[in-house]
Write a protein that binds this ligand. Structure first.
Ligand code: SD4
Length: 310
């Protein structure tokens, strides 16, 4: 498949549609990506991004985000930030700087306040109820952060410019201060307009061990076709983790090359992703993994109805 935008999970559908409208109206690829991510951040229905994100062990929503401009290789990221309405805006802001482009916790919040970004209470009643039910059953000694994943990652291309934005509340019940792959350059995302862009969602600790987004982009640089680049990067990483005796959690990848070709791979059974295609349609696809053999399908209505995730 080929497209102008590709984004992780079914939840990105409305955002990709909005991003396409921005492009159609003459907006930049950066505006399109930011609008797409913000739609997911603002929607309380989605429990691992922005408002309504599930909290950490202390009941606080801690947010991570990143943005990479593939023309300049400018990279901005924030991590462990509380009560910031749209983390992606601040990550994008920071990608224009040569220094101080990755900010954590209080420092990132101070920067966002000074620049006038909106703050609000990001913990919804529903997220708090889920947290309360969970804490009753939990023993700190046995703490294992929730293994599901739904980070929103959006890659876009317009003209020759490629870019990528990522936003997440990380893993449910994570330890306070825990940071995953999402804001870490080359792990959660990477974009180089000369070559292509890639992004990852899943268990950050496992993704970071392979710097997986950078790994996919480097394969593109070597001339590997984009679908093969995603599959090979993931398979090699899984094999390496296997040799180390580590059993990784779920990992999924999306990528786009500079000819607008799109690839995706997952170690889950299925991983839905959304493409804003060259004919301006918004299309849901899924990478399906049957015993290590990957295929990309265009799911039918029954598949979509049966799908339980975000
Ligand atoms: C993380 N990669 O913090 C993120 C998790 C994720 O939905 O994808 N969450 O490790």
């Amino acid at each position: 498949m080929r497209g102008y935008m590709v984004a992780t999970w079914k939840m990105a559908w409305d955002g990709v549609k909005k991003g396409q409208e921005v492009l159609r109206a003459g907006g930049s690829v950066h505006q399109a990506i930011i609008e797409a991510v913000k739609m997911v951040e603002d929607d309380p229905e989605y429990h691992s991004v922005g408002y309504g994100g599930l909290p950490n062990y202390n009941g606080e929503v801690e947010l991570d985000a990143a943005y990479m401009d593939g023309d300049t290789l400018g990279y901005g990221g924030i991590m462990g930030v509380k009560n910031l309405k749209n983390p992606i805006e601040v990550a994008f802001d920071l990608c224009h700087y040569k220094r101080n482009c990755l900010l954590a916790a209080a420092g990132a919040e101070e920067y966002a306040r000074k620049k006038g970004y909106a703050f609000c209470d990001m913990l919804t009643e529903e997220a708090y109820l889920r947290y309360s039910r969970q804490t009753k059953q939990m023993d700190m000694e046995k703490l294992e952060a929730y293994g599901g994943h739904d980070t929103v990652c959006v890659i876009g291309k317009s003209g020759d410019t490629m870019a990528c934005g990522v936003s997440t509340s990380g893993l449910f019940m994570k330890l306070p201060g825990r940071v995953g792959d999402s804001p870490v350059i080359g792990s959660g995302c990477y974009a180089d307009s000369e070559v292509g862009a890639a992004a990852a969602t899943g268990v950050g600790e496992d993704i970071m061990k392979g710097c997986l987004s950078f790994s996919v982009v480097e394969k593109l640089r070597q001339g590997v076709p984009v679908q093969q680049a995603c599959e090979t990067a993931l398979r090699e990483h899984m094999e390496r983790l296997g040799r180390s005796g580590h059993r990784p959690g779920s990992i999924s990848l999306i990528a786009m090359d500079r000819e607008h070709n799109i690839g995706a791979a997952t170690n889950k059974k299925a991983f839905p992703f959304v493409v804003g295609d060259l004919e301006r349609n918004t299309v849901l696809y899924a990478a399906v993994n049957e015993g290590g053999k990957m295929s990309v399908i265009c799911p039918d209505e029954a598949w979509i109805q049966a799908y339980q995730g975000d």
